[in-house]
Write a protein that binds this ligand. Structure first.
Ligand code: ATP
Ligand SMILES: O=C(O)[C@@H](O)C(=O)CO
Length: 429
């Protein structure tokens, strides 16, 4: 292992599951990639890589703090030679009018001196496409998708030009699909025209991977871009095509099994996760936390750990806090959105810590904020990217962890097929 040196690509992800989604995409496209948790300490030994994804937990924190943390990550990545930085946001543009996509983009743009920033959350492999600036989740606009009921950032507007303009100090424009279809030079010309008229950020339409390839080529002319794994794919393909990075796979680094008991934790309340939990009930013991009791104190986490210790010898288990949108809304109206979310995240972190102390070294976590709380508590500094469980969700091998060898899967709430928990455990040997 050597220190990461001359990076082709530096990435700052606003949550941990999003970071592993991006690290997965970059790895599959041929970039040797490592995911770090927070800005790495100087003595963290990292393998020789093309890309580093610094995972932050900055999606739902106060905007000023998100800016400060993102800038610290930016400084570290630029210091390792990264010429281009991708600020990785959620493919469903998770944010509020207070941020944090706009404020972080504005700060990183000021640092990069780019006249205009390309922004696209499109990730066609998972059904996220952008047309005329409107984000679609599968066949429906964002504001009609399950994201309208998100516990932390309900999305009520699918027009990203408007959404981003409300959060940013710059004017926001659009590069539409018709321009994209005319190729990289047409996109360059459109961006120059927008920049000329004082527009500092452009939502870029993308429906197919070929659109992302065009966007990736153009983005490399700039020092900063903003988007989800789709633009990561475009950037990676452009870097590999121009031989700025060597095609490789991380599989060789990840060969040795970890073994031992396995557990799953679900804090995501997305429709996809609720369905995956229902299916897991058929194949493993599932404990549903009582969210009221979680908020009342730490006894609920202790109850869950006692239950888990009795079960772990017989096979994998799942512990879930997840509830339906109506139940989430009722809990939030009694306790406040942030207080409820924070208490449940900390209970999940308590449970994860107890599970690892009981010998669990294979852990699946569903939900970005939930994964952030868990990984922080376990003190894991970084991950190598292994096999792909589902689009956007790889097996992760911890590096430099104080708890010894561990494999994890950090699942974005909306990702994975109906049998995700079993699919993950089958690959996490
Ligand atoms: N029963 C519940 N009632 C209210 N809030 C809950 C409940 N269960 C979990 N939460 C909170 O809801 C939030 C879920 O966010 P999280 O990021 O973990 O999942 P997600 O948004 O579905 O995933 P992603 O960000 O990857 O799309 C967390 O703050 C979690 O603590
Ligand atoms: O882009 C996505 O949808 C995911 O990587 C994510 O960030 C969800 O939290």
């Amino acid at each position: 292992m050597t220190r990461a040196g001359n990076l082709s690509l530096g990435c700052i992800a606003d949550d941990y599951t999003g970071a592993s989604d991006l690290a997965n995409t970059l790895t599959r496209a041929g970039l040797r990639t490592v995911q770090t948790i927070g800005v790495p300490a100087d003595d963290l030994a990292l393998p020789e890589v093309d890309a580093v994804v610094v995972s932050l937990k900055s999606r739902s924190i106060e905007a000023g703090l998100a800016v400060t943390r993102s800038r610290a990550a930016e400084a570290w990545l630029r210091g390792r030679g990264a010429k281009h930085i991708l600020f990785k946001i959620c493919s469903t543009f998770d944010s509020t009018d207070a941020g944090n996509i706009g404020p972080v983009m504005d700060a990183l743009r000021a640092d990069s001196s780019d006249a205009i920033v390309l922004v696209t959350p499109a990730f066609p492999e998972t059904g996220r496409t952008v047309y005329q600036g409107n984000l679609f989740v599968g066949s429906v606009p964002l504001n009609e998708s399950p994201l309208k009921d998100h516990p932390l950032n309900p999305m009520h507007d699918s027009n990203l030009v408007r959404v981003l303009a409300r959060q940013s100090t710059t004017k926001v424009g659009l590069v539409d699909l018709a321009t994209l279809s005319r190729g990289a030079d047409a996109v360059r010309a459109k961006l120059a025209e927008l920049a000329q008229s004082g527009i500092g950020a452009a939502i870029v339409d993308a429906v197919f991977d070929r659109d992302l390839e065009t966007i990736g080529q153009v983005a490399l002319d700039h020092r900063l871009s903003v988007g989800a794994s789709g633009i990561g794919l475009g950037l990676a393909r452009a870097l590999v095509a121009t031989s700025k990075a060597k095609p490789d796979t991380a599989d060789a680094m990840l060969a040795t099994p970890v073994g031992g008991p396995a557990a799953c934790l679900a804090g995501s309340c997305s429709q996809a996760t609720l369905r995956q939990i229902a299916n897991a009930e058929k194949v493993m013991p599932v404990l549903h936390l009582d969210p009221e009791q979680v908020i009342a104190g730490r006894d609920e986490a202790r109850r869950a750990l006692t239950w888990a210790k009795d079960q772990l010898g017989s096979g994998p288990i799942l512990i879930a806090s997840s509830s339906t949108p109506d139940e989430v809304a009722a809990l939030q109206s009694r306790h406040g959105r942030d207080a409820a979310g924070h208490a449940i995240e900390q209970a999940m972190a308590d449970i994860a810590e107890g599970l690892v102390q009981s010998g669990v070294h294979r852990l699946v976590v569903a939900g970005g904020e939930t994964s952030g709380a868990v990984v922080d508590r376990l003190g894991i500094p970084g991950f190598l990217v292994g096999a792909e469980i589902a689009a956007g969700v790889p097996v992760l091998r911890a590096v430099g962890a104080k708890n010894g060898e561990m494999v994890l899967a950090l699942k974005s709430g909306n990702f994975g097929g109906p049998e995700f928990f079993s699919d993950a455990l089958a690959l996490m040997t």
